[in-house]
Design a binder for this molecule. Structure first.
Ligand code: F6P
Length: 580
């Protein structure tokens, strides 16, 4: 079934009301908190293990009521139900969108009994639960063999390094989660991630590796991505050369095939192409065209993670996603955290003219989370046409960016605090650090001996959202004895919106919950805007042109001559500079 035409959100009464509120809007977080002792409580919601405080957003009861009306008018809850039921809401590719099915509990378990449908989840003639869990079991069995050393390289040595070769969704999710869950990685195992076709990437990532203990996972949904296939060939070449040079294998096809069989596995929806590359389909893990690349870290694309953190860790990771899926499915819109966060983003983007959104994890292990979210949010919602092919009627897709705190504080927070742009910010922290270190000596001033460093860290998390919300008035600056001439430079306007997300610890489950939270925020915004958040036609033109231009860059005069004057001159310059 395809989708009905999207509504025009700008034609709704809610939109008109919000437009009215936004004109001359004078947010007053100081006043709102002063006059409402319950504001923090009113706007703080649980979602799985996450506590989400929305109270420092530029929102009032009236605004929220209208945003919720908008969500109802756009049918957010109904479309979510359609999505998880397997309707083809990816209309431009005529596909179901079923990443939520990747984390449905195994059939027959207690958790599965709560599901809708509890059993027999058939979409387009396929038993989805059965297929998903059969693949997961295959991934888990393989992961166990690598972890316990029963899967060895061609010379019989156990695997010590797993190198994931993929790009976009076949890289960003695995690398982000690997970094996030480092404390859960089995001792003696390491994962590395090669994505860029820049040869420096694979050169650096294979540097120092022992080919006899290295396993490559070629992760590509399509198995047709130039970067990934090029890197996979370079990896195979590296393996053959190194094994051959040390005399570990002989220089013949049979030995080379045997080496690939033990050192290469693949993850793809295109198992025929996997076989054509020389990887035994027995050593390939499948997934389905109903999973978008950027939604696939919880599929076999996460095989490097299942190896690193183990099947139990991966199950916990999936359970975290599922907890948020159930929150999204069953929680009324008024308390539904991803819906509320998505609606606030619409409020800032479409009514208060925000152009970007910053995500600031106060957790060093989440240092790749903003990069991960860039693909999730911008590849999903960076669209100018709606799912029926008509132009969008309002702005879409904010620019997502960020860095971990406190590093960002010493770099770009200046602009967030005192710049001219409105930048809504999500602050993320965990209560229990992986390494609860104490500063035994302190500094004799602010930091007392024995200070808990994580608390010191989180003091920044709490301080930043406070400073952004409440600012500092000129009178407060003067009261500190500041010279009048510099008072204006030291004033903080406040009323800079933040959301605080607090989790107990950075467990596999919590990482899954955080990812699903943002997936559903993206969904909510996409539904309001009427766009298909699950295709990515915008990346195709560049790929196509790169292939067309490649002969010119390689010195083909006729191909060079057919380029526009700027491209021609740039390539000519490149060729004249190239010396090696
Ligand atoms: O560049 C776009 C894209 O299609 C992403 O959506 C995807 O995650 C990435 O390329 C990699 O694709 P594949 O997994 O098919 O190699």
């Amino acid at each position: 079934m395809t989708e009905s035409a999207p509504i025009d959100p700008t034609a709704t009464d809610a939109w008109k009301q919000l437009t009215g509120i936004a004109s001359g809007f004078a947010p007053d977080l100081r006043g709102w908190f002063a006059s409402d002792a319950d504001r923090a409580e009113t706007y703080t919601f649980p979602a799985g293990d996450l506590t989400v405080d929305l109270s420092k957003n530029l929102v009032t009861e009236e605004i929220l009521a209208q945003l919720l009306e908008l969500a109802k008018d756009a049918g957010v809850a109904e479309r979510y139900q359609a999505m998880i039921s397997g309707e083809h809401i990816n209309v431009t590719e005529d596909r179901a969108v079923l990443h939520t099915a990747l984390r449905r509990p195994a059939p027959g378990t207690e958790a599965a009994a709560q599901l809708d449908p509890a059993a027999g989840f058939v979409v387009d003639g396929a038993d989805i639960d059965a297929e998903v869990h059969a693949t997961l079991e295959k991934v888990y069995a393989f992961a166990d063999r690598v972890r316990d050393g029963s899967w060895t390289g061609v010379t019989g040595k156990r695997i010590e390094t797993v190198v994931n070769i993929g790009i976009g969704g076949s890289d960003l999710g695995p690398v982000m989660v690997y970094e996030a869950l480092k404390p859960y990685v089995q001792e003696g195992l390491e994962a590395r991630f090669v994505s860029n076709i820049d040869p420096s990437d694979i050169y650096e990532k294979t540097a120092g590796l022992d080919p006899e203990t290295t396993l490559f996972i070629v992760a590509s949904k399509t198995f047709g991505t130039l970067e990934t296939l090029t890197n996979a060939r370079l990896a195979r070449q590296w393996l053959w050369e190194r094994l051959g040079a040390s005399g570990a294998i002989s220089d013949d096809d049979e030995a080379r095939t045997a080496a690939v069989a033990k050192h290469f596995v693949a993850v793809s929806t295109a198992l025929d192409k996997v076989a054509a590359f020389g990887i035994d389909p027995e050593n390939a893990f499948g997934f389905w065209d109903w999973v978008g690349g950027r939604y696939s870290v919880d599929s076999a694309i996460g095989t490097s993670l299942a190896i690193a953190i183990g099947p139990d860790g991966f199950r916990d990771f999936l359970a975290g996603f599922h907890a948020l899926d159930e929150h999204m499915r069953t929680t009324p819109l008024e308390r539904n955290v991803p819906v509320l966060m998505g609606l606030l983003n619409v409020w800032y983007t479409n009514f208060l003219d925000a152009q970007s959104h910053v995500v600031l994890p106060y957790a060093q292990y989440l240092h790749r989370f903003p990069a991960y979210l860039q693909q999730l949010t911008m590849e999903s919602n960076g669209k100018s046409v709606r799912w029926d092919g008509t132009p969008v009627v309002t702005d879409t897709g904010e620019v997502f960016w960020g860095e971990p705190g406190t590093n960002g504080q010493h770099a770009f927070y200046q602009l967030i605090h005192q710049g001219t742009r409105l930048i809504p910010a999500d602050f993320i922290a965990v209560a229990n650090p992986a390494h609860p270190l104490k500063d035994e000596t302190g500094d004799g001033k602010a930091v007392t001996p024995g200070a808990d460093v994580h608390s010191l860290f989180l003091a920044n998390f709490f301080a930043q959202t406070k400073a952004l919300a409440f600012g500092k008035t000129a009178d407060e600056v003067r009261a500190e004895g500041t010279a009048e001439s510099v008072v204006p430079a030291r004033v903080f306007s406040g009323n800079r919106p933040t959301t605080s997300i607090l989790a107990p610890a950075l467990t596999p489950s919590v990482v899954g919950q955080l990812i699903a939270l943002y997936e559903h925020i993206v969904f909510t915004e996409g539904t309001i805007w009427g766009i298909d958040s699950f295709d990515q036609w915008g990346v195709e033109l560049g790929k196509q042109l790169a292939l067309e231009i490649a002969p010119a860059v390689d010195g083909d005069a006729a191909a060079l001559a057919s380029q526009d004057s700027s491209t021609k001159a740039l390539i000519a310059k490149y060729l004249s500079l190239r010396t090696n």
